[in-house]
Ligand binder design. Structure first.
Ligand code: MN
Length: 205
């Protein structure tokens, strides 16, 4: 399968001033695009040519000689997921999401504190996540580089990209400021709610 760059699910200037058009130009148009192009080159002529993205991620993760494929496939998936986590209408989650967050973390404010801690303590490049863990509990995690919950048997519900390329143009070295703005203004809570719903539907089936 040849992969293509997922279009942004919002206008490129829609997240300003929290995330500028210039940041999205580079982050989506150059960084994300390079992961897609590199992945397509790496899988050419291999059995992965016919595989779906999630299968490529899971399989290449098991093989130490396929780190390049894993890194690029992981980064394609992580960015697709990240763009869906962002919305110009970010702000407050609806009551069903709030209930789940309260149950797992106490309240929304404590959730934000814990998420921000994971995002700022991730040393170097990586991602902060809200996941459903192997026991079906909401949990905050962080991963390095292209690693993601798919290879840990967890379901991703929300992520924040904490690679420097995600914030350097708008926030320079102030990762914590970017994460706070993400939590307060940019989260697509409807997408988080959909991910939670799918999970409930699956466990009820
Ligand atoms: Mn990125």
């Amino acid at each position: 399968m040849t992969f293509s760059l997922m279009p942004l699910p919002f206008a490129k200037d829609a997240l300003a001033p929290h995330m500028s058009e210039q940041t999205l130009d580079f982050h989506h148009g150059k960084h994300h695009k390079t992961y897609v192009d590199t992945l397509n080159k790496l899988i050419e002529g291999t059995p992965y040519e016919k595989a779906g993205l999630e299968n490529i991620i899971k399989e290449s993760h098991k093989n130490q000689d396929q780190t390049k494929i894993f890194n690029n496939a992981g980064q394609v998936w992580n960015h697709n997921f990240f763009w869906n986590c962002l919305s110009p209408k970010g702000g407050k989650p609806d009551s069903t999401v709030v209930q789940q967050i309260d149950k797992a973390f106490g309240n929304l404010s404590d959730f934000k504190t814990e998420f921000k801690k994971a995002a700022t303590e991730q040393f170097g490049s990586g991602w902060a996540w809200l996941v459903l863990d192997e026991q079906g509990k909401l949990k905050i995690t962080k991963t390095g580089n292209a690693e993601n919950p798919l290879v840990q048997g967890q379901k991703a519900l929300l992520t924040c990209d904490v690679w420097e390329h995600a914030y350097y143009l708008d926030y320079q070295n102030r990762r914590a400021d970017m994460v706070q703005v993400f939590l307060d203004n940019l989260i697509n809570w409807e997408f988080v709610a959909q991910n939670m719903d799918q999970t409930q539907a699956r466990s009820a089936a």
